[in-house]
Ligand binder design. Sequence first.
Ligand code: HXC
Length: 514
Amino acid sequence: MSLGRRKTELQKKRELIELGGGEKAIEKQKTMGKLTARERILALLDKNSFHEYDQFIQHDAHDFNMASKELPGDGVITGTGTLMGQPICIFAQDFTVAGGSLGIMHARKITKIMDHAIKMRVPLIGINDSGGARVQEGVNSLAGYGEIFFRNTKASGIIPQISVILGPCAGGAVYSPALTDFVFVVENISKMFITGPEVIKTVLGEEISMEALGGARTHSEITGNAHFFAESEQACFEQIKRLITYIPWNNTRRPLAFPPKQIDKKWNIDGIIPDDPKEPYDVRDVICALVDASEFLEVHEMWAKNIVVGFGRIKGETIGFVANQPNVLAGVLDVDSSDKAARFIRFCDAFNIPLVTLVDLPGYLPGVDQEHAGVIRHGAKLLYAYSEATVPKITVILRKAYGGGYIAMNSRHLGADFVFAWPNAEIAVMGPEGAANIIFKKEISESKNPDKTRQEKINEYKEKFANPFVAAGKGYIDAVIEPSETRHFLEHALEVSTHKFIPKIDRKHGIPPF
Ligand code: HXC
């Protein structure tokens, strides 16, 4: 056989495999508004960078007439490539082949590329579009999932792991994305659930659509399982490309530095916070007034909106921002916002991204619902995450810092490296009104004019505590600064923290309040 003839044979074999489940199945995929697995990889990665492996893997299912079935690539495409110039490993489940269901060889392809990513210390991207464990393969499919979860856990904190849900992600399959760092979903396409609507109807008699149960909005707004929401697959790929520029290849590197850029002139930091301490504002305006080109990539934008987390750059270097959002519930901490911030802080700490915390909150959200939902346990995660983090940690108190909220939001006492406060900052055990009612209760009730006395006592308390100078006088705050000086102080604090070194504690690991 000539070399030319052999090439043609290979070409033919490749073409057959690259057709996945065949034209009819591809057509069905398209009518669902979805790209094929191969189109997704090519649309996401840098042009001509994708290299595929294990294309000729054969499935290993023998029961239920499976032995004679051809399952091209066993329903998953794996390989390496570059994304925004960074090397990555990738897999994409192919729903056109047996519903992208996971049999043992399908799982082995995934675990092989995962092992490769861990060994080569490069990010892993997994595109999920699958009916879950391949029912015909029984326990072998379950074994496959277990081996994936094991590697997700081993890889955690070593390489960034990104999950993209572009179809069903059903049953136990959901736990692989849940173990990764960032989950991307697309409207009308992503579906994540442990038990589907039919099971719920049979077992509980409750009717719910698949979209309401586990669609993209549900996971972006209610459960918090998804970190990024997009309206189309292409928009989702653009989000991934943006994210990858902010994060490093692995835990031994820093994110790539970009050329520093000016802050957009339309963001005037002096005019953002209203004079009335009760009036809300959008803390993202403050972030945009602090970061290069006023560009901020928000993570978990639609969930637990009372706290804002995300990435920006200062002098070209990636910074993780955590900020109370006075626009939503006055920026209080609660169960979900504590979880959201704690997870983000741990990601930044694992991947050498300095943290800047912007504080303006009245404390923790009171109420039976929160107490019973475990605000003690969840709130503790935030304290743990800040205390444990060894990356540079800088805090700016913008306005209110009351009670437990003051401590939890990266106070000096939890190991902040620098704490700055704006002149109008109020640092106290609670707001002046509440404080006056407690400590001057007797004077107020015995007064001939209780309202006047109350106001006097509120003013007295404000004078004493609702300012940054008492805390500054004790060294809990390093500098009281004008808003317009903030960027300069941050730049300098980050610069002098470049070589921050905290020796590792000799223990196997801590036990965070999971
Ligand atoms: C084998 C499967 C499959 C599966 C889908 N298919 N899911 N084959 N095992 N889990 C096959 C179908 O038989 C069909 O094959 C093809 O994929 C397309 O599926 P359709 O049902 O026609 O597609 P659609 O109508 O779009 O519905 C998609 C779906 C549905 C919602 C995902 O297929 C479904 O509900 N599947 C089962 C989901 C599920 O319960 N999975 C959990 C498994 S248990 P043909 O040959 O007809 O084209 C699990 C536990 C893991 O995952 C635990 C790990 C810890």
